[in-house]
Every structure is written in C-alpha cells, then in structure tokens.
Design a binder for this molecule. Sequence first.
Ligand code: S3P
Length: 445
Amino acid sequence: MINLIQTSQDHQLIIENKAYSLQGKISIPGDKSISHRALMLGAIASGKTIIKGLLLGEDPRSTAQCFQAMGAKISQLNSEEVIVTGIGEEGLQEPLNILDAGNSGTTMRLMLGLLASQPNKFFAVTGDDSLRSRPMSRVVQPLQQMGAIIYGRNTNKNAPLAVIGQNLKGIHYHSPIASAQVKSCILLAGLMTEGKTTVTEPALSRDHSERMLRAFGATLEIDVDTHSVTIEGKTKLYGQTVIVPGDISSAAFWLVAGAITPNSELTIENVGINPTRTGILEALMMMGADITLENKRETAGEPVADLKVKSSKLKACTIEGAIIPRLIDEIPILAVAACFAEGTTIIKDAEELRVKESDRLAVMATELNKMGANITELPDGLEIMGSVTLKGSEMDSYTDHRIAMSLAIAGLNAKGKTTINRAQAASISYPTFVKTLKYLTSHRD
Ligand code: S3P
C-alpha cells in the first residue's frame, strides 16, 4: 500500500512493501534545467516564446514569478503549454519587491547574471532556508570581476543579495568547478556585455544554456577540448518554440526502481538524453542494469529517447572523475541502487553534493543506514556495501526533493513499513511522483 498523508505540518509518504513488481509505460515531467532556461530566455527575448512540456514544479514557478515581477508576461502555469511574451534583454524592470527564488539554485544563480548586467537598476534577491544557506560566491565573485556590484550576507557569500546593475566588461573566467549554473550565469551576464565573455570549466557540465542561447539567436563559440564557451555580447534574442523533453533526473528514480525491484519491466517515454546528462545511464549499465534506448530522435535541439528497463542483478562499481557532473543530481538514487548491488560501490569527486538543497552525502548515508544499509561517508563521496536487506523505517526528506524520492524507491524495496516525512518536497521537480508510484505498483496493490 502507498499513501500520501497530509499531517498538520507536512506530508508523510507511507510505503508498505507488498513484494511489488513495477510494470507499465509512463511519461515524466519536463526537464527542470531546460524549463528554467526557456522561461528566462523567453522573458528577455523579443516576441513570443511558446514552451511545450514545461515542468509545472515549484522551481520553475519560482523562475516564472521572478520574471513576471520584472515585467515579462507569462501565461498561467496550469498547463504544460506556456506562452511567454518577452520584454527584450534591456527591458527587465526594477521589481517593486524582493525577488524570491524559493528553493531553486538555478533560478537565483542564472538570474544574478542577468540582473548584474542591467545598468542602474536595483534588485534584491532571496530564497528559502535551504537556498539562503547555499554558496553564492561562486557566481558573485566572477560577476564582480566583470564589474558587478553585489552585496550579501556573510561578506557577499549568501542571500539575501542586493544587486545594482552595471555596464559590465567581458572576462575569461576559469571556473574551479564544473557547474552549469556558474557557466550559465556568466554567459547570461556576457549576453548584455560589450565584446566577448568566456567561461572555461574543468570538466563539461550540462550544455542546455548553450543550445538554447544559440536557438534564440545568440552567437557562441564552443571549444569542446578545453570545455570553453565564448558568448558575443549585445546580440539580440528572438522568441522561439521550445519543446521540453522529459527530465532524465526524474527518469532516474524509475530506472533504479525498475532495475532493483524483482520482475519489473517498464518504459519511460520521451526522456532527454543530452550527452551532458546521461552519466546515470552509463553508471547503471556499468552496474549491469538492463536498459535499452528506443526510438531515438531529436526534439527542438535536444536528443530524446524512450527508455526501457527490466530488473536485473546489479554489481558494484566506482564512479569518479569527469562522469560526476554528468550525473550529479542522480547520486542519491545511485546510492540506493548500490545497496542492492553485489560488492562495494565507491563514489568519489562528488563534494559538490554537500552544497545542494541538502548535504546529500550526509543525508543519504544517515537515512539509508537507518534502514540497515552499510554506507560510509567519505569527504567527497560515499562507500556503499551492497547486497544488504533494507528494512522499513521512519525517515526525513530534509525538504530535499531528490532525497524524498530516492528514499521512496528504497522503501519500495525494504521489508515492512517506510515513512518519509516532509515528502511534499518532491513537488519541487516532480509534482506527480506519488501518482506515478501508485500507478506502477497498482496491479499488485
Ligand atoms: C543545474 C546545474 C546543476 C544541477 C542543478 C541544475 C542547472 O547544478 O545540480 O540541479 O540547471 O544548471 P550545479 O551547476 O551547481 O552543478
């Protein structure tokens, strides 16, 4: 039985294991990264942008509200087809109140690039408890090198932040981390800046901004060998039709669920398989998961496929180095897969997980160990002993969407009853998660 119960303060997800097998064909909500970018570029382009398949989660809603507060017209987010009437790159208006990015790091970091480059306009930006504790210096510092004026808490490291927009100057920024949020922030600031702005990163991070900026009319040079992107400033963007593929980060929960739950076979339709995001497929296949890609195609500049997964015996593996940015958001659910694999899985070079919506290394180790897992936290990763039998237990999402959903998949394969407190966090990126979970298990419920 699977039940989402509303308590006085939050939602508890209760999963009682009934030896489920997962069967069926599902589609998943739109890609979160692409949804944010479509709303932002639509807002600053000239003319109309039509977004099909927008993720109607809390995070894109935060982006939409911020840009509406600065004058962009965005149709109601009650259908996956949304129309944005752009106001031009220089048209963003000073908002009457503080911009609230909610729980969304992508909203805050990408938006800061645009705000910093709006001459003589004042903006104040904040977020929820989690976002206000996350590091913003990674974008504030390069923006300051470009001439930005930004003040914030803890010597400009944390939100709330105040921005006084300036005419910026182009720089070549060598980012110490492979982060698409940092890269995109600087590229968006560069869009408004005379001349060229270049970002070089140590490994390739997701490239949705580059693809979409080009589709909207920006001029970019990309050097794949050095992981460098250069944007030409002061080019005009024009509204486009954006078709958002399903989010591979959301598909990942079902890929792992299908692989570890006995007698399962499921198909996830219309999943984005941009190579900068497919680390999860490579990692699971390396572990012996039976995953096939069908009906490969390209939709509005992004590669897409249907993914079929069947249960299989998994084996441990080591995940480190350049693949990490390509599966950064999938490490919590990979940790669940590793509990069911034969041998010891090592995840390294993933210290970035400590500054996500929660400290995902600490939280996954703590919560899965409550279920009887054998996970040791490393400074930059996890060591996970496999072939354990998980037992149902009471756990917390720490209000982190990916933690809530990863623990739910663990609960599906644990003996007895699992309770996940503050499970409503899933709606940040996957508002229909529980509905799909119920659907996939319904024939045995
Ligand atoms: C994102 C980039 C990644 C990822 C986040 C979304 C984006 O963050 O974890 O969920 O849309 O650019 P970092 O840039 O901090 O790695």
